[in-house]
Unconditional design. Sequence first.
Length: 764
Amino acid sequence: MLNSVQFSKNPNLYIFLPLFYTLWEDFSLSKFDVETMRKLVNSQSWLEREEVELLEQYLNPNQKPSAQELKNWRNQIQFIKPKNLKNLTALGLELVKAHRNRHELQISEKDKEAFKTAEKELGLIFNESAYRFENTHSTVTSEQESKSSFDPKLMQEILDGSKIELIQKVKDTLTKPEFAYHQHEKIADQRGQVLEWCKLLAKEGYGSWAFPREYGGREDMEGYFTIMETLSYHDLSMVIKFGVQFGLWGMSIYFLGTEKHHQKYLKEIGSLELPGCFAMTETNHGSNVRGLETTATYNHKDKTFTIHTPHQDARKEYIGNAALHGQKATVFAKLIIDGEDYGVNTFVVPLRNKSGELHPGVEIEDCGHKMGLNGVDNGLIAFNKVVIPKEDMLDRFASVDDEGRFKSSISSDNKRFFTMLGTLVGGRIGVPRSGLSAAKSGLTIAIRYANQRKQFGPEGGGEVPILNYRMHQRRLMPLVAKSYAMHFALKYLTNRFLTKSEEEGQEIEALAAGMKAYGTWFTTETLQECREACGGKGYLSENRIDALKSDTDVYTTFEGDNTVLMQLVAKSRLTEFKQEMGDMNFTTIFNYLSKQAKTSITEKNPITVRSTDEKHLLDFEFHLNAFKYRERAIVASAGQRIKRLVDEGMDSFDAVNVAQHHLINVGRSYIERKVLERFQLAVETTQNKACREALQQLCQLYALHTIEQNKGWYLEQGYMEGVKTKAIRKMVNQLCWESRQDAIGFTDAFGIPDKLLAAPIAFN
């Protein structure tokens, strides 16, 4: 250590010890450090020449103190138990005081100021250097903790609503020993397990829940959606197989068939005695259902249909239940009568018998291993002139009469086609609700882990939970806010779907398409962030985020590719929900836009454009107006662009193609506005004060974070100025900080049983 004899002669030398230790702690002295310290040493009037030489020895970068010397220096400093010292100079003076006799030389105020100046020049400020020597040190960051401002059980009641008893019933079922998770080395074992789980669920009556009572059901479609959502806290392969069997296969019979089909099939579908498929998608025609090439040719002589796959790329692809278990399928095919094409219709076609033997003319190929959902037996199906009876055409909207003539109560081909598909829009509600449950599981795991996982901390203090770090809050709390926003929005969508009138049909379809895209993009984003936020632990399969992530990845293309669906939403917005379904009518669009253009470019209040007042930034009305303005302006801009291209001679198809990215923004801005409206309404109608205030804070975070993500657009439009977007960024930071204390409460309110979470990092 520094020469103890010299120090005993002049204890004032101890004032240098904290500075020397701090500079040498990282074993690297820069040229500037050396020059600054030499200047300090030579400024001290009380130092003898030999003392100056002694101190300068420790300013030689080539003569580093040993590890033992550094340890001894630190021990000497800590021996005096420093506490609440403002800087290293004060710490050095305490050392001097501890070693100095009463009559020894005092250090002048001028010399003390030289030490403080050197500290600042060396960058050793804000108390940090002194803190490292304290035994304990607390900061605002380290003191932050979970202390819920509301009762999570009351919040759960708000979220579960009228279906709280059904939700609990499903959770009770899933926590039985029969539903314990298993790690399967072979896909065959995983598929077998998933089938057994679905049979148990059918036995509980969950599969037939939406069917009429005479066929074993409860006539409760809302309950069916709730069951699917709750099941999604468990294995997602089970959820998708359940959805294929009872949702797609069962509901296609229910919605597209008539009484004879209900009597023939629904009971056996609901009990899973008759496993089936929903065969719409073809290799060549994914989202373009009208382009399907499978044919159903009517044979008037024997009153049958011949189902045929004309070539390899017209095979039904990615069909759930097809590879192993499906015995029949709802097949979408073009109806051909006397050589005339009557468009896409639906037919019940046999695939295999109860023993598993393929029906003559049916060829099935296993899709094999996938990124996820390997418990679902997806397959490709080809039909080689498979003959079915006339009564197996699902004839709710179209049929072939006894004379062999095509009959339909809907004269328009377009309207008939979209009416048929509109009855199946429930899939676009079930998928985002399932995805939201997966996102909630991921957030619960990540939040719990972040609340107890400690890493780093202030000098002189203990390690801090990573959820206390601003950036970690920034990563997770806006996602918690958005999960609540999506919850209320999807409940609204479900209610609109179940109570819709015929006139509202296209609006609901567009809303469902947009919510499905927005919601499943959110699921993918959330689970990726949760995985990263949990570090290496999130990468371990035992903590389930990997399965949640890989199993939901396909949700962005289930029930339609998200990008395509957002364009559907945009077209619906541009035509202002035409009464007659069909292709875009540009005359309708232009008439609409001429009205929109007058209102979308509204006068901007110069005070509001710059306002950074906290009350204004947190105001619901400001949030909703900002969302509405963006939606209105983007719609007008997109339509005007398409009109300009068409006026310049471009084909309308090409014009839409050129403006596709614009159309995606139209769809997204519309959905974001709808989501915010539902969240704000949920806040305003919540009776419990503590829950309402907590929800209000989350709603403010969702709104401001969304505005922040689109700040470039708002700045371009002149709707906000830089001073305001900066203030919004700060407010988002503050809301993340404030809502952190309720993070555990917000995720506990999801009510996910520990057995279903099953992630060790959520409980340590």
